[in-house]
Design a protein around this ligand. Structure first.
Ligand SMILES: Nc1nc2c(ncn2[C@@H]2O[C@H](COP(=O)(O)OP(=O)(O)OP(=O)(O)O)[C@@H](O)[C@H]2O)c(=O)[nH]1
Ligand SMILES: [Mg+2]
Length: 332
């Protein structure tokens, strides 16, 4: 079921040869020319939930890659989560395709979070290269997209490219320049070190900004919710090998911070997905489903004990973690 791993160069060697700076791909006219010569179409998919405050600027930045001067993007799709703050209306004003997530692939029922929205968006993508980006970024620049797409266009053999960046944290009195990305630092990187050391060279393994070939994205499942990024990273590696993966430093990315309780639940989804994959590739023994704490897929409750001003509380959350099947099966 899992293709065997291609011979992997040592991680530090991969980090040296497959990490780039966005400056390497700054000649957008050249990228457009390459795209034309190769007759390649490029799609950008933007998941969006209550991001009316930021998506306008994101789409403004993206518009510079759609005009007559730099026609790098052929299709821009916003997948809206039925947002209550007018996100869809802001997106529609930018003349991009806007879909409400539950209206796509409706036979799969109600959409289950970010990963499901991304997967449903894939069903509408015409591109040979498909990029994704988050829409809660406050300082979005077109280079976030042109550089990762540029890496795919110009580097032979590369099929999957993640953006990397610095993330400040401004939740304290004094902003901390590299204090953002708490789930990445406290959960994702330790998990990768433990189970997938091949992937430890990624600076932002959970980045929502990445691009890949349609062939690759159509061949892998998508986890629902926030597990999608870790799942795609591991599955892309399994499908193509580390040498087909790259990262591009795009500078600084500023986005809103979720509260700690939300990050705690997000971490649980990511942990479950990573352990599922670790079990699939034989790096831990698969659960026999016996103990309640061992339930990795499907519905699992997350009990979150917290101390509040009114006293101690035990909150219970239920999040279903599913894998949407490879799109090529669904659209066959
Ligand atoms: N359509 C859709 N978009 C979503 C959903 N959940 C999140 N998004 C979007 O996906 C992007 C990333 O989601 P965030 O909630 O910011 O999660 P994150 O970036 O992993 O976490 P932070 O680092 O705390 O921002 C944002 O643009 C969201 O608007 C969803 O259920 N449906
Ligand atoms: Mg975010």
């Amino acid at each position: 079921m899992w293709p065997s791993e291609l011979p992997a160069a040592p991680r530090s060697e991969w980090f040296r040869t497959n990490s780039f700076s966005y400056g390497t791909f700054c000649d957008v006219a050249h990228l457009c020319q390459l795209k034309r010569e190769r007759d390649v179409l490029i799609t950008l998919i933007l998941p969006a939930r209550n991001v009316a405050a930021t998506i306008g600027d994101v789409l403004n930045a993206v518009a510079s890659l759609r005009g007559a001067r730099f026609p790098l993007l052929d299709q821009v799709i916003v997948i809206d989560s039925n947002s209550s703050d007018g996100t869809a209306a802001v997106a529609e004003r930018a003349h991009v395709e806007v879909y409400e997530e539950n209206r796509l692939m409706p036979r799969f029922g109600k959409a289950l979070g970010k990963g499901d929205a991304m997967w449903r968006g894939l069903s509408k993508a015409h591109g040979d290269i498909i990029a994704f980006a988050d829409t809660d970024t406050r300082n979005f620049r077109f280079e976030f997209i042109s550089s990762i797409v540029g890496c795919l266009l110009t580097k032979p053999g590369i099929s999957f490219v993640k953006a990397s960046y610095r993330r400040p944290f401004d939740g304290t009195e004094k902003p901390v320049p590299d204090g953002g990305g708490r789930v990445t630092e406290l959960l994702a990187k330790p998990i990768l070190n433990m189970f997938f050391p091949e992937l430890t060279g990624f600076v932002q393994p959970l980045a929502g900004e990445f691009a890949a070939t349609r062939e690759l994205l159509y061949s892998v499942p998508f986890f629902t919710g926030y597990a999608v990024e870790i799942g795609l990273l591991i599955d892309a590696w399994q499908a193509c090998g580390l040498q087909s993966m790259a990262q591009v430093d795009v500078g600084l990315r500023v986005n809103r911070h979720q509260d700690l309780a939300s990050l705690s639940r997000m971490s649980y989804s990511i942990l479950r997905a990573a352990l599922l994959r670790a079990a699939s590739v034989g790096r831990i023994l698969a659960s026999d489903g016996g103990g309640p704490g061992m339930r990795l897929d499907g519905m699992a409750a997350y009990f979150h004990a917290v101390a509040r001003s009114e006293g101690l509380c035990l909150d219970e959350y239920c999040e279903t973690l599913l894998e949407r099947p490879p799109m090529r099966i669904e659209l066959a």
